[in-house]
Design a protein around this ligand. Structure first.
Ligand code: NAP
Length: 328
């Protein structure tokens, strides 16, 4: 890392989260890596990202990146890239085997210990399904899936926010129906729903639902997660996007990210390559024309990350259709 770097970091637009009034940078840095890399590689990439201006970092107990992220934060402060941890927005997620009322608080404490932090900015339920407690595995064995007790888990999430251990709480991979179920009994509504969202899977229905209910939708796999076990190259190879990118003198990735930004959602993008990290940030001083937006609107829709590994004949979701409540 070049610690002599002095240029002011790019400023990323922010959004005020409804349930806490805290601000969240609308473009964040993903740390789910596939195939996996060592913690030193992850830490170095995060330090470069902070240097380049990223301030929002997304991790999860599942990813194994909480520890390197925590180490990178300590080093970023010590070398003066940031003044304090307060300048960052850190999201982590509750894994399925801890998605039981009494396990939520201990799981958050473990994440905080890994991250060397006193609080998270956002804590999310990773998937709307539980698995046997004490068995930490991925993929989860078919016979280990359990239906989630949404009331008990959400109440424990609310307690985490009340205790100040996380500033906001939310969910991930929730359909409109599952969000409505949570909203029906929540005292603190979910601030965020983090889902796959890109020009090939635009989530129009979920976007409208979230907007109507003050929930910020956050896009994962905004580039289709090319090269990972859960994604594909279909977004970056989409002919419509390639045409727009060529005519505009931008990369396909920039078109995807700019489009997401213009849709009023927040975005997480992962790159551990310095040039791509940098170019992924360069989306805030230009815009798409109405024609370009219409062309993207017309792209045939297909979910890339279907969540097949959360389907089990023993669990609550026996089909993809049940997992997404028909939103496929
Ligand atoms: P993504 O950001 O759409 O794609 C990442 C892939 O694209 C990497 O292989 C990266 O490779 C490549 N890439 C990045 N920028 C590029 C560019 N400008 N041109 C070409 N290729 C580029 O997918 P993602 O990592 O799945 O999603 C982002 C984050 O969302 C994750 O890291 C994770 O934090 C979160 N996420 C959450 C869930 C969930 O269930 N809640 C699921 C998946 C992901 P290089 O590193 O080599 O550049």
């Amino acid at each position: 890392m070049d610690t002599s770097f002095q240029a002011p970091p790019l400023s990323i637009p922010e959004y005020i989260l409804s349930s806490s009034g805290r601000t969240m940078p609308l473009l964040g840095f993903g740390t789910a890596v596939s195939p996996p890399v060592g913690p030193q590689v992850t830490k170095a990439a995060i330090l470069e990202a902070i240097e380049l201006g990223y301030r929002h970092f997304d991790t999860a107990s599942l990813y194994g990146t909480e520890q390197p992220l925590g180490e990178a934060i300590v080093e970023a402060v010590s070398v003066g890239l940031i003044k304090s941890r307060e300048e960052l927005f850190i999201t982590s997620k509750l894994w399925c085997s801890d998605a039981h009322g009494e396990c939520v608080l201990p799981a958050l404490h473990r994440s905080l210990e890994n991250l060397r932090l006193e609080y998270l900015d956002l804590y999310l339920i990773h998937w709307p399904v539980s698995s046997k407690h004490g068995i930490y595995e991925f993929p989860i064995k078919q016979e280990d899936f359990l239906a989630m007790d949404f009331k008990a888990v959400w109440k424990a999430m609310e307690d985490c926010q009340r205790l100040g251990l996380t500033k906001s709480i939310g969910v991930s991979n929730f359909s409109c129906k599952k969000l409505a179920d949570i909203l029906a009994f929540s005292e603190i509504p979910p601030a965020v729903n983090q889902v796959e969202l890109n020009p090939l899977w635009q989530q129009k229905k979920l976007r409208e639902f979230c907007k109507a209910n003050g929930i910020l939708l956050t896009a994962y796999a905004p580039l289709g997660a090319q090269g990972t076990i859960w994604g594909s190259n279909r977004v970056l190879e989409c002919e419509v996007l390639k045409k727009i990118a060529k005519e505009k003198g931008k990369s396909v990735a920039q078109i995807c990210l700019r489009w997401g930004f213009e849709q009023g959602i927040s975005i997480l993008v992962k790159s551990f390559n310095r040039e791509r990290m940098k170019s992924n940030l360069e989306i805030f001083n230009w815009s798409l024309s109405p024609d370009e937006v219409r062309m993207i609107d017309d792209i045939p829709q297909t979910r890339l990350c279907c969540g097949e590994c959360y389907i089990s004949e023993y669990g609550p979701f026996k089909t993809i259709n049940e997992l997404w409540d028909g939103e496929i």
